[in-house]
Design a protein around this ligand. Structure first.
Ligand SMILES: Nc1ncnc2c1ncn2[C@@H]1O[C@H](COP(=O)(O)OP(=O)(O)OP(=O)(O)O)[C@@H](O)[C@H]1O
Ligand SMILES: [Mg+2]
Length: 253
């Protein structure tokens, strides 16, 4: 089953969609949520679980070791993980939650002047390239806002990309760019409109269609999602409505 990366502009609903998809997919098998956003912290609340003791960066020896192992020579990429990596071989101390939903945090910026997020990108890229996913397993990758993860090659090891578009010009521009970046990597993509009322959704569909981009599903703006987020409460199953289930069916095809 696939590794699916969710991309889009800041605040469009990437982490929300990862959580809603998780709620739907965990009825079908195990879901690993891979948090590849080096800044934001809210997805654990959305998922209703505690962050793990350690980040994967921490387990691998921290920023300086990663720089030596992963950023000095691409040939050395394989040395950081065990051979034939599967999700049951991931280090327990950097996994939150319990199956069928577990959460892995690549790394977060913790200190001023600690450096850029390139080491996090290198870890995410290598992990996704090496991780083999079984027939009843899903990996959902939550990314930072924008397209830097494409620049770092994080989507190289994924099967599919979901581009989230909210009602904004920036989201449209980024969606068009993300389609091109997916093509560079030969990755299939699906477009999800989020937080749109009927009029906004119609406009976005038309603008995307004019560029040959079809929309898979549209999730409306739902007060209960915004409210839960503000309060730091977990999102529950079916909170995104039938559209999320419809998206899951499309992803299963
Ligand atoms: N369908 C929706 N209806 C109402 N509010 C929503 C919906 N989807 C997302 N939101 C709200 O929009 C805000 C941003 O959502 P979220 O954090 O998922 O976006 P993001 O793309 O992950 O942001 P970032 O780029 O900062 O990581 C949150 O307050 C969230 O509750
Ligand atoms: Mg997010």
């Amino acid at each position: 089953m696939p590794k699916i990366l969710i991309t889009g502009r800041g605040g469009c609903g990437k982490s929300t969609l990862v959580t809603l998809l998780t709620r739907s997919l965990n009825k079908r098998g195990n879901v690993l949520v891979l948090d590849a956003d080096e800044s934001n912290l809210g997805i654990c609340n959305m998922l209703g679980l505690q962050p793990p003791e350690m980040t994967l960066m921490g387990v691998l020896g921290g920023r300086s070791k990663i720089k030596v192992k992963l950023l000095s020579s691409p040939d050395e990429e394989k040395r950081v993980f065990v051979d034939n990596l599967t999700i049951d071989k991931l280090p327990e101390e950097c996994l939150g939650g319990r199956w069928p939903v577990r959460y892995l945090r690549i790394g977060k910026i913790e200190r001023s002047l600690e450096g850029c997020a390139c080491p996090m990108g290198a870890v995410a890229r290598t992990l996704l390239k090496e991780l083999t996913v079984g027939p009843d397993e899903w990996v959902l990758i939550d990314t930072e806002a924008g397209v830097e993860h494409f620049g770092r090659g994080v989507p190289q090891g994924v099967d599919r990309v979901i581009i989230v578009v909210d009602p904004s010009q920036e989201a449209l521009l980024l969606a068009i760019k993300a389609r091109k970046l997916c093509a560079d990597l030969n990755k299939d993509y699906k477009v999800v409109i989020n937080k749109a009322d009927a009029a906004a959704a119609a406009y976005l569909r038309q603008e995307l269609a004019a560029r040959g981009m079809a929309v898979a599903v549209t999730i409306p703006f739902l007060n209960k999602i915004q409210q839960a987020n503000m309060l730091g409460e977990a999102l529950t199953a079916n909170m995104g409505g039938n559209e999320v289930e419809a998206l899951v069916k499309m992803l299963e095809e």
